[in-house]
Design a protein around this ligand. Sequence first.
Ligand code: SAH
Ligand code: SF4
Length: 353
Amino acid sequence: MRNIYDYTLDELAQQFSPTYRAKQIYSWLYHRYIDDFDLMSNVSKELRTTLKESFSTQCVTILKIEHSIDGSKKYLFGTRDGHSYEAVLLQMREEQSGEKASEARYTICLSSQIGCRVGCAFCYTGKGGFVRNLSAGEIVAQVVHIKRDNGFAPQKGLNIVFMGMGEPLDNFDNVVRAITILSSKDGLSIAPRRQTISTSGIAPRIEQLGKLNLGVQLALSLHAVNDVLRSKLVPMNRSYNIREVLDVLRQFPFDSRKRLLFEYIMIKDVNDDLASAKELVRLLNGFKAKVNLILFNPHEGSSFARPNAESVRKFQEFLLSRGLLCLRKSLGLDISAACGQLREKNVRAQAQL
Ligand code: SAH
Ligand code: SF4
């Protein structure tokens, strides 16, 4: 059965002319979050029968929801073929969203793959290896489920970050398709500039993405300031080193109003010293950059530790003193960075049954 969330509006319009029919279906799916074709009351009975015969709205289900103390919610989703993946809903604090409290913004952290091939040394998802790519519909379904579960109005402002499980640029076509569907004005209408792809740095794919000129934001998971350490932490660096990745980033068509985001996961006694902060400032010279400092989130089987508050403060103060905008992620974002952990718990629990 084909997943209806895999299809762009144009594709549905090609199947169900005139075009307004596809728009009606899109409106039921993405404005009212209806997942039963029989409830699409302004769609003719014949068309509903055709829809039921050809498409499914149930390719993804919610398996579990976990509430964090800081108000973020973690969702575990199940696929038809028995796998699971997760997304996180975060409420941005006023100073993070840059908007008034009355317009509190939400961010949804999406997965793009089940597992990940990159295998970063600090990452729980990477440890579990790679299972498969998510389809565009499986990516989009995360947003639909979360909007429905929270009773969000269709026009509710949302940001999307591809910072959950997986390397989005390793699932290029499906992620690009998902962005197209998410941004459709007749559907979820999440502008591309509100969507950020976080990548470990697949240089040729960054180039390819830039050529598409979608208007999406990019975040680079830098994590280290020299190639020896970065190759250990982020094995992708062995294929595309720091200089190569920064070079392609310089060519990327950024929204000039926004800053390019660099993520830096601080690990105790590995990359949390002042010399690294200095080198970071040097490397990012010339970029309109913003650095997100993420504190390593400990997990079972990892020998890494969280840095102490004093070294984080010094690191951050140095960057700020050199004019580099630098944020500490909220607790919620720290928790979301540990994406993969809910799935892992679930997989282990199942294995014990
Ligand atoms: N694969 C992409 C996007 C998903 S990972 C990438 O690597 O950019 C999203 C973020 O979670 C990355 O910045 C990554 O560094 C962070 N992350 C992974 N494991 C973490 C952990 N144990 N503690 C804190 N952040 C972690
Ligand atoms: Fe994959 Fe990102 Fe985890 Fe690295 S940090 S293993 S690229 S999900």
